[in-house]
Design a protein around this ligand. Structure first.
Ligand code: WQD
Length: 344
């Protein structure tokens, strides 16, 4: 009998959420096979995972869009479950290069599903996003809150991928899927051995804040303070990546242990607490004792005023809830940036 509970194929496992999830899976007794093409990640991420767990992990450099290369992975490794992280994620870029997003995000995904069907691998966990809710009519959003038409090709790939998974689970016997709708993942492993590594100018708030604190960016632009929110800046649900990683373990357990109530299930993965841009910025400054110059600028096109999660379903069905303290999360974000930049 294997010493492991099961094996999980992690596509995009060198990325931000993939690395933290691989660590959490290993710590929970799973073995992992990680694949990544390093299109938006570095080999050092795999080394970081190995240092944290204290052993080598199985890694193959594979492009999930290449079905023949991917077939080799299915031939060489036994696993019951695939977590599919591999995707492009820059909302703005997707507006200018829609085909790049549809090709990469959907072809890779359909290759995975096709091979799962062919090799009779039963479980798939898909990285969806709160972006599917768009500008929701009621807050917080539950899994039943209607999705709004996607406002970017990136967001559309998430909606289409959810629907593809639903249809596959409906049609193919022995096929099970869970879509986790992530809110805004932030933070890093406390060891500072893995974290988010954005290339170029960051689009997301926390990497922009940490790079400004590190002196790489001159000033943070806060996009709009005239929203209908308590301090006028947007409200989001910032979820620590360690908590997010644990939600994946809970979802994998649910599939592997045969506990799913439907063949296709969706869960919100957030904290349930809305935090404004200025609140997050001020908490970051206070928790880390650093200066972050900022200015208020115009709203960013496409931003919704507010979105946060109702996490009741994940709490109940996955037995999971976000636990990390926001200040600890913000300290971990800064420690990671310092580690990357060699700041003492
Ligand atoms: C958060 C808040 C900005 C940068 C996006 C995707 C989503 C998901 C996560 C990823 C907003 C404000 C930001 C800055 C700012 N996908 N902001 N100055 O837009 O909620 O979600 O990332 O893979 O699908 O849409 O996250 O971090 O970009 O912004 O004021 O320099 O911070 O306006 O209110 P968002 P974000």
């Amino acid at each position: 009998m294997s010493e492991y509970k099961d094996t999980v194929l992690v596509s995009g496992g060198a990325g931000y959420i993939g690395t933290h999830t691989a660590v959490a899976l290993i710590e929970a007794g799973y073995d992992v096979v990680i694949i990544d093409n390093f299109s938006n990640s570095e080999p050092t991420a795999i080394e970081g995972v190995e240092k944290i767990v204290g052993r080598k992990v199985t890694f193959e450099k594979v492009d999930t869009c290449d079905i023949n290369a991917l077939r080799g992975v299915f031939e060489r490794h036994e696993f019951s479950t695939v977590i599919h992280f591999a995707a492009y994620k820059a909302v703005g870029e997707s507006m200018h290069e829609p085909l790049k997003y549809y090709m990469n995000n959907l072809v890779s995904y359909m290759n995975i599903l096709e091979l799962m069907k062919e090799f009779r691998r039963p479980n798939v966990l898909f990285s969806s996003s709160a972006t599917v809710y768009g500008d929701a009519e009621t807050l917080p959003v539950t899994e039943q809150t209607p999705r709004q038409p996607a406002t970017s090709p990136y967001g559309n790939t998430k909606q289409i991928a959810e629907d593809i998974l639903r249809d596959c689970c409906r049609a193919y016997e022995g096929f099970h899927g869970i879509a986790l709708r992530y809110f805004n993942p932030i933070g890093a492993h406390p060891s500072a051995l893995i974290g988010e590594l954005p290339r170029g100018v960051p689009n997301n708030l926390i990497p922009f804040i940490t790079q400004t604190a590190a002196g790489i960016r001159e000033c943070l632009s806060v996009f709009g303070n005239d929203y209908d929110t308590p301090d006028g800046t947007c409200l989001r649900d910032y979820i620590d990546v360690l908590d997010l990683a644990k939600a994946h373990v809970a979802a994998v357990n649910r599939m592997v242990d045969g506990k799913m109530k439907e063949k296709y299930e969706i869960f919100n993965v957030g904290t349930g607490t809305p935090v404004s841009v200025l609140e997050l910025l001020n908490r970051f400054i206070k928790a880390n004792g650093v200066d972050v110059p900022y200015k208020i600028v115009a709203r960013r096109e496409g931003d919704v005023p507010a979105v946060w999660a109702d996490t009741t379903l994940a709490n109940k069905e996955l037995g999971w809830k976000a636990e990390r303290d926001l200040d600890d999360t913000l300290r971990a974000s800064w420690n990671w940036e310092k580690h990357v930049r060699g700041i003492k």
